[in-house]
Structures are given as C-alpha cells and as structure tokens.
Design a protein around this ligand. Structure first.
Ligand SMILES: NC(=O)c1ccc[n+]([C@@H]2O[C@H](COP(=O)([O-])OP(=O)(O)OC[C@H]3O[C@@H](n4cnc5c(N)ncnc54)[C@H](O)[C@@H]3O)[C@@H](O)[C@H]2O)c1
Length: 277
C-alpha cells in the first residue's frame, strides 16, 4: 500500500475517547482503534483491572459515568494530561434492558415503568449529549475532531415484536421496550445538530447504525432474525447472519480517520440489510 493511502485510514496521532469500552462491541472497538494507531481513552463507570488488561496497549481506562458532567470533566483533564486533548469521540455506552431490570420492563408497553424510561434516556440520550459537550467542546476549542455516535436499527425502525414471539409462546410476557428505540432515535438529529453547530470549528459528527450482535441467543430468535437479513456471508451461517462486533470496526475507524474528512452529519448504516426490507 502506498504511504498516501495508508495515511488516509490511519489513526496515528489520534486520541480517541470511547465510552463503554468494556462492553461487547466497545472492547473490540478499543483494541481495533489502538491497532490502527490511536491512543484510546475508555470511559467506564467502574475500573476493572482484569478487563482493562484484555484491552491491550495504548488503551487506558478512565472512571466516569457518562451521565455525570463533573466526572466527565475530570476524565477530560486526566486524558489531556496523559495524551493531550482528544481528537475523537465514540459515544458507544448504552443501556438496553439491563439484566437487573424489573420484569415489567420487558412487559407490555401499557405498564412499562416510568423509572426505566428515565434510566435508559439518561444514559443513551443525556449521556451522549454530555460527552459531546465535554469532549466535543475540547475538540472545538482545539479546532479539530470527529464525533461518532452509536445508533441502532431500533433507532431507525421499530423493533419487530414478532422476533420475540418465541418468548411469549414460552409463556413469558416479553416485548422489546420503547425507551431504547426512542433514546436511540434521538441521536440521529442530535448528530446533525452537532455537525451544523461545530462544522465551522472543524469538528465532524456522524452516526453509525448497528444491527444485532450474536451473543448466544435462542435458536428460535436466530432463525427469525436471519429471515430479516438479506446478506448471506459464506462461512458465517453459524451466526445465523447476525453481526460480530468486528463487523462495526471498519465503519467507526473510517469516520475517525482522514478518509472521511469531508463527511459530517451523516449516517453510516451497518446492518446486513435489516432496514433495507
Ligand atoms: N449489541 C447489540 O446487538 C447492539 C445492536 C445495535 C446497537 N448497539 C449499541 O452499541 C453500543 C454498545 O453495545 P454493547 O452490546 O457492546 O453493550 P454492552 O452492554 O455490552 O456494553 C455497554 C458498556 O457501556 C457501559 N456503560 C453503561 N452505562 C454507562 C454509563 N452510565 N457510563 C459509562 N459507561 C456505561 C457498560 O459498563 C458497558 O461496558 C450501545 O450503544 C448499543 O445500544 C448494540
């Protein structure tokens, strides 16, 4: 590869803040972005040395809750002292229905708990707003940066409740909740807002749309889900055409890299075609 072309996709000299870097997708993004040359500052509410070790070189973890402005400011100061001001932000931390969620959280919409709505909105919408304010603000001040917000197919189209029919046929009352969909959809126009607001400061803002990641789901779910994905990848049948976290790395890296330097306010959809049909 020529030097010109490798520089186009390189993340050398980038300091990327990545929220939720211990998670299923975040941990793969952290390692991959570091492999492309970035210094990666993971933001997680609680430090866990054993998880941090798995993230490898050029990844450091800073304790902060994305819903707490003062904690994010402290993390910004620590990151800047260590590596200089951030040049990239991947707002990846998000809540769906946490494992300790009350049963009503996955029940009928009519009785979905108000407290659950608030909690999901707080992390998924307010958390992204605060991270943009703190880390994006520092980028605007420095006159350079790229923000990548993490959206979801369920922020673009409604959850297809028929995918979860198998749980109801088992006697469980299960509906994919509304708060996740509402919180993720808010990020699309928020991203355009940031693009318009910070364009003059040379800070770009784009959003990636991810589809479901394989994590050992029930075979009946996998079968129903596979019917909604037009893309067929040889050798990947075992995943029933769900994504692996690695499938999202290229899109995020591209949006952080010079290769996308004229791109802002855009959505990059990586969903195997889920929303194409
Ligand atoms: N997994 C999927 O199938 C899927 C599909 C589409 C979109 N997404 C989106 O991708 C992103 C990552 O998903 P994932 O599956 O890796 O999730 P995950 O639950 O595995 O990881 C989320 C991470 O965010 C962290 N986090 C939660 N609340 C936080 C807070 N207040 N402050 C800081 N960190 C916090 C958690 O500690 C965790 O490490 C999310 O935004 C999610 O909505 C996921």
């Amino acid at each position: 590869m020529t030097e010109r072309m490798s520089a186009l996709f390189s993340l050398k000299n980038e300091v990327v803040v990545l929220t939720g870097g211990y998670g299923l997708i975040g941990s793969v993004l952290a390692k991959g972005l570091a492999e492309l040359g970035a210094k990666v500052a993971v933001i997680e509410p609680k430090l866990d040395e054993s998880k941090t070790r798995t993230l490898g070189e050029n990844v450091a973890v800073f304790a902060a809750d994305v819903t707490k402005h003062d904690q994010l400011e402290r993390a910004l100061a620590d990151i800047s002292a260590r590596w200089g001001p951030p040049t990239g932000l991947v707002a990846n931390a998000g809540l769906d229905s946490p494992p300790d969620a009350p049963a009503e959280e996955n029940g009928p919409f009519e009785t979905y708990p108000e407290a659950s709505w608030d909690r999901v909105m707080e992390v998924n919408a307010k958390g992204v707003f605060l991270c943009a304010q703190v880390f994006g603000g520092a980028m605007a001040q420095a006159g350079r940066g790229s923000i990548v917000n993490v959206g979801s197919i369920y922020g673009v189209v409604s959850p297809d409740q028929s995918l979860y029919e198998y749980r109801r046929s088992d006697g469980e009352t299960f509906f994919k909740p509304a708060a996740y969909a509402a919180s993720k959809s808010a990020l699309y126009n928020f991203t355009r807002y940031l693009a318009a607001y910070w364009g003059p400061k040379n800070v770009r803002a784009n959003i990636v749309t991810f589809a479901g990641v394989f994590s050992g789901q029930d075979p009946r779910f996998l079968e129903a889900y596979a019917r909604k994905i037009p893309l067929r990848r040889p050798g990947r049948e075992a995943l029933a055409n769900m994504a692996a976290p690695e499938d999202y790395l290229g899109a995020v890296a591209f949006l952080l890299s010079p290769a996308s330097s004229y791109m802002t306010g855009a959505e990059l959809r990586v969903d195997g075609g889920f929303t194409a049909i």
